[in-house]
Every structure is written in C-alpha cells, then in structure tokens.
Design a protein around this ligand. Structure first.
Ligand SMILES: Cc1cc2nc3c(=O)[nH]c(=O)nc-3n(C[C@H](O)[C@H](O)[C@H](O)COP(=O)(O)O)c2cc1C
Length: 320
C-alpha cells in the first residue's frame, strides 16, 4: 500500500512543544488570549478564522498574536483553522492572510483541503486536515497534507463516530506523518494512551473551554464542571452533521432531545452565531473538567499525569 506523510515533520514539530498537544480551534471560544497562552506554554494554540467577523479583523488579530508570541519568546507555533467547505465565501481572502503573516500551521476542516495546500506550502507552512472517516483521511493524505487530525467518537463540536482504536490503526497503515488524535481526551493518562496507540499528538478542545483564557461564558464553564459524558447529546439537527452538545444547554434554549431543530449550512450566518452563543458544545471528556484553571495550570496537570502514566508503564514492563 502507498504510504503518505513524512515522520520528519512530526519530529520537527514535537521538538518545539512541551507536550504533544494541539489546543483545538473552537468557534466563539478560542480567542487571541487562548492562542497566546497555549503557544507560550509549549502547546500549539489555534483559532478558527471565522471567530473574527471579517478578514480585516482577522488580519489585526493574527498580527497581535504574532507580536505577543515574539514578545513572550514562545518556541511553539500557532495554527489558524479554515473551513474548506464551498459555503465559506471568505476562504480565499483568509488564505491570503495566512500567506501575508506566514501563519505556521493551517488546520483545514469541513471539506477537501486541496485549495490551501500550495499557498501554505509556498511560504513553508504546514497544512493539517480534520478527518472523520478513513476515506476522508486518505483523500487528504493523497492531496498532500502534512498532518491529519482524526476526529473520533466523543469529540466536542462536529464529532466523528469511529472508535479511536480502529480509526488510528487504519490511518497509520497508510500515513507516516503527524497524526493528532481527537475526541474525549481530557487527562495526561489519555494523552499517554493515545501515544501508545500510535498517535503523535492529541488535539483537545473541551478541557480548554474551561480555562481562564478562553472566551467562554461563566455559565458555560459552570455547566462543563457539572456535566459528565451522559449529559452530552449527539445531534445532526443543529449543523447538518453530527455535533456533540450539552443537553442542559439545549433544554435551557427550549429544544427537546429528538425535537425537530432547524438545520443550517456551515456558513456562519447571524442565526447560527446566535445559536452557538446559547447552545453549548462539549465532548465526552467533559467529566474530566473539574475546575476553572489557567492554561499553565492545565499544562502542569497534564504533564504530571502523562509522566506518571509512563513511569507506571515502565514499572509494569520491568515486572513482567
Ligand atoms: C465549542 C466548540 C467549538 C468548536 N468549533 C470548531 C471550529 O470552529 N472549527 C473546528 O475545526 N472545530 C471546532 N470544534 C472541534 C474541535 O476543534 C475539536 O475537534 C474537539 O473539541 C476535540 O474534542 P474534545 O472537545 O473532546 O477534546 C469545536 C469544539 C467545541 C467544543
């Protein structure tokens, strides 16, 4: 079978990070503060381009991020998330901004990444693509992306549905480049488990919604702390593709489970914006969110938990 991807890209990226962790781009949640806090603490921070209402606003935000990271002396890169779907009329203008600022990583989601690859590679940037199916992962790999984000079951936002065990194993059989596993990961032990399964990085969203540096509402953070995996509902009725939503926020907004919600496209119109402001998403890992902490605190916790897991595994390996 033909192999895609380059393991040297993984090694180069990993060397710049304190943990093999990409902080997920999250609509209305990830702002400049979260990106800067993430990348200055050794993680890949990220922001969805569409969090900025216009390309001009995005231009100034990216400028601010670059200056803040330079001032902080950050070694870790940051990423901008671009929706590659045909309904995103801003894509070309936002790609031009990536080129202007030489944004280190583009994360492409909802659609084929082909339109981005040449422009981003032109200045030495990396393109990662989200994939929720093996077919989509292979399609992105053959188009020439540098890395893949595998959205497995239990992810926040638009979720995948495949088991991470099966998904990762199948994609690893044809992709040697960096793979970030996503979906329900909220502890250092789970990061270690993902690495043992063959992932190079994890991508975590839900855990970072509750950090002090996110743009999330206080009531959203409180709901995360009170919720567990059973409180997450998967529905296609909000975005047209399966998304994981906190049941309590649906009920509060007058939706009943199984009710007939209105579907809409991925185009971020006013109605969709309003909806995401009141209807809150979380992945199955929400039970691991137990406090409001800074990004630095979370990095310390995750680092400690991951190291303790590897030490325990070492002891087990020596004993048997
Ligand atoms: C509130 C929220 C908003 C999200 N918005 C986006 C988005 O705009 N673009 C995107 O590619 N992914 C988005 N996601 C998905 C995340 O990038 C990521 O795949 C997911 O959070 C990983 O799963 P986890 O939350 O279980 O860690 C969002 C997730 C959440 C929770």
């Amino acid at each position: 079978m033909r192999k895609y991807g380059d393991p040297k890209v993984t090694a180069r990226l990993r060397a710049r990070l304190s943990l093999p962790l990409i902080v997920a781009p999250m609509f209305l949640v990830s702002g400049r503060n979260l990106v800067v806090a993430s990348s200055s603490n050794g993680l890949v921070g990220s922001i969805p381009a569409l969090n900025a209402r216009t390309t001009e606003i995005l231009d100034s935000w990216i400028g601010d991020i670059v200056v803040s990271l330079e001032t902080a002396g950050a070694t870790a890169p940051f990423a901008v998330n671009l929706i590659a779907h045909a309904s995103n009329t801003r894509l070309d203008a936002d790609v031009d901004l990536m080129v202007k600022h030489k944004v280190p990583i583009a994360i492409s989601s909802v659609g084929a990444p082909d339109r981005l690859i040449d422009s981003i590679h032109g200045y030495g940037g990396l393109v990662f693509s989200d994939a929720a199916t093996v077919r989509h992962a292979k399609r992105a790999a053959s188009a020439g992306v540098d890395g893949l984000v595998l959205l497995s079951a239990g992810a926040g936002g638009n979720t995948g549905w495949l088991s991470p065990f099966a998904f990762l194993a199948e994609v690893r059989s044809f992709f040697d480049g960096p793979i970030a596993l996503a979906g329900g990961i909220s502890s250092g032990r789970q990061i270690a488990a993902a690495e043992m399964m063959g992932a190079d990085f994890v991508l975590m969203g839900t855990t970072f919604i509750a950090t002090r540096e996110s743009d999330a509402d206080q009531a959203y953070r409180d709901m995360l702390i009170e919720s567990g995996a059973d409180d997450v509902v998967t529905t296609e009725k909000l975005t047209g593709i399966p998304a994981n939503i906190l049941r309590a926020s649906l009920e509060r907004s007058g939706f009943s489970e199984g009710g007939n919600h209105k579907g809409f496209s991925v185009n971020r119109d006013a109605e969709l914006m309003k909806m995401w402001r009141d209807i809150w998403s979380a992945g199955h890992g929400v039970g691991g969110v137990t406090r409001i902490a800074s990004v630095r605190d979370e990095v310390e916790r995750l680092t400690h938990e991951r190291a303790a897991t590897f030490r325990r595994n070492q002891l087990i390996a020596e004993a048997y």
